[in-house]
Design a protein around this ligand. Structure first.
Ligand SMILES: Nc1nc2c(ncn2[C@@H]2O[C@H](COP(=O)(O)OP(=O)(O)OP(=O)(O)O)[C@@H](O)[C@H]2O)c(=O)[nH]1
Ligand SMILES: [Mg+2]
Length: 450
């Protein structure tokens, strides 16, 4: 049952509508920005992040999308109302708040069904959207490459399609216009068919990109050793870490924004032991990442699924870090990367306070990608983990086969070479690919004492 009101004005430091004197300032500075009320349902589920932290994250998402939150509304209720999500009384209350504060849009923390969204929009006389739509909007704003744009558009269309029918009534009264066919067929249904075609077109385009990327990574496999993917919650510092590792300051985009990175960037890197590896920076995750986005970002996320090792970057300054870790692991499971070896890296050590959750993860390392602190230790741990994945083999290759010797150097980490008569005996670390290709020349597994 719905319980009492819990309308919370935003914290005063946010400069929102509720702030004393903020009304005027807000009006001057932000007159063109969309004004938003955010609404959350507190189901009392202990496993979830606290509702306050969820609302803060939603506010962060809304402001990243370029709008201002002027009010928070939290409703305590065990489960959502099927028709209006929050119940009639609360709907009326939010409508009045929206009128009072001149609000453009109501944003819900949970996914709304198309019917709920339709009912709410009618009652509010303004748009009602959910967190998924906000995330899609941020992705749309941040997409810059053709691949990124296609992925976001696909996710948006898949999100939009089931929601079109409900809105069709209003739109269809405006008359069909050119392209409207058949009795009773609305313009929207024609649009819908076009959109379905567009979905298929985008899927085809993305499959082609996926194929090209697979070939590229196969070529990489041939020529070099292992690859790692930097994964983690959005804004954890993944791109900062890539820049720190490659000693570049402008390679990957670093920004105090959610989902600043959408397209993966891959760079070669030399580990302390001299091994060359590939490191990829990837799109950030968030809890309850919209399923359509995960689906649409398959080509991008393949970089993660195909890695030999994951460097899981966590914002160590966040007291809810362990919940972020769980949220990231859920997405990893969804993309088939749950079984990959993972090194947890607590970042932002320079600002992480006392009592950080770091102590609960004894295998993890603590770093600051910003100052470089702890990065060397992380690198040597990475080397160890990668090395542990490669067994050492002894190979015997005729000296006359310069091509094969070159291949071994390309595909393996050569530890020792010894000329014995007309044969070159080599000890080298091989991954499964190199092992398969060089199997005719492998004499046996050597023990790892070198
Ligand atoms: N204090 C501190 N801030 C950091 C550190 N590493 C990253 N940041 C800051 O955290 C913010 C996010 O950094 P990014 O590297 O863009 O994070 P990301 O994980 O790539 O984020 P998305 O691509 O948006 O998912 C930026 O403002 C960085 O300057 C760190 O070690 N210490
Ligand atoms: Mg990034």
């Amino acid at each position: 049952m719905p319980d009492s009101h819990s309308v919370t004005p935003p914290d005063s430091h946010r400069g929102g509508f509720g702030e004393q004197g903020g009304e005027e300032r807000g009006f001057i500075d932000r007159s063109f920005r969309e004004r938003i009320i955010i609404v959350g349902l507190d189901t009392g589920n202990e496993k979830d992040l606290s509702i306050a932290a969820q609302m803060d994250e939603l506010e962060r998402l809304v402001s990243t999308a370029g709008a201002d939150v002027v009010h928070h509304v939290v409703q305590r209720r065990e489960s959502p109302d099927p028709a209006s999500f929050i119940g009639k009384g609360k709907v009326q209350e939010i409508y009045e708040l929206a009128e009072k504060y001149d609000v453009d849009t109501i944003v819900f923390n949970d996914e709304l069904s198309p019917a709920q969204q339709n009912n709410l929009e009618k009652a509010f006389k303004r748009s009602a959207i959910d967190r998924t739509a906000v995330i899609l909007d941020i992705f749309a704003q941040n997409a810059s490459t053709p691949e990124g744009k296609a992925q976001v558009e696909l996710a948006q269309l898949q999100y939009l399609l089931p929601r079109l029918r409900g809105r069709g009534v209003a739109l269809s009264q405006q008359g069909g216009g050119i392209g409207t066919r058949g009795p009773g067929e609305t313009k929207l249904e024609v649009d819908r068919r076009r959109l379905v075609r567009k979905v298929h077109y985008l899927q085809k385009q993305l499959n082609e990109i996926c194929l090209a990327r697979k070939n590229q990574s196969k070529r990489r496999r041939k020529s070099v050793n292992q690859s790692i993917a930097i994964v983690g919650y959005t804004n954890a510092g993944k791109s900062t870490l890539l820049n720190c590792l490659t000693q570049s300051h402008d390679d990957a985009l670093v920004a105090d924004r959610l989902f600043a990175t959408l397209d993966p960037i891959t760079r070669a890197l030399q580990l302390p032991g001299g091994e060359r590896i590939f490191v990829s920076d990837t799109v950030g995750f968030v809890r309850n990442l919209p399923h359509h986005l995960v689906e649409a970002f398959k080509t991008t996320l393949d970089v993660v699924a195909e890695a030999d090792l994951l460097v899981h970057v966590v914002d160590g300054s966040n007291p809810d870090a362990s919940k972020d870790i769980a949220a990231v692991r859920m997405v990893l499971a969804e993309i088939g990367a749950a079984e990959l070896p993972e090194l947890i890296v607590f970042n932002k050590a320079d600002v992480a306070g006392e009592g950080s959750v770091f102590v609960d993860y004894p295998e993890a390392v603590q770093i600051s990608a910003k100052t470089g602190e702890g990065v060397e230790k992380m690198m040597s741990k990475l080397s160890d983990l990668l090395r542990a994945k490669l067994a050492v083999y002894e190979l015997a290759i005729p000296l006359s086969r310069g091509d094969l010797i070159a291949q071994v150097h390309r595909e393996a980490q050569v530890l020792i070479e010894d000329v014995q008569g007309d044969t070159l005996v080599m000890r080298a670390r091989l991954d499964s690919y190199a092992r398969a290709r060089l199997r005719n020349h492998i004499k046996g597994e050597a023990n790892e004492t070198i």
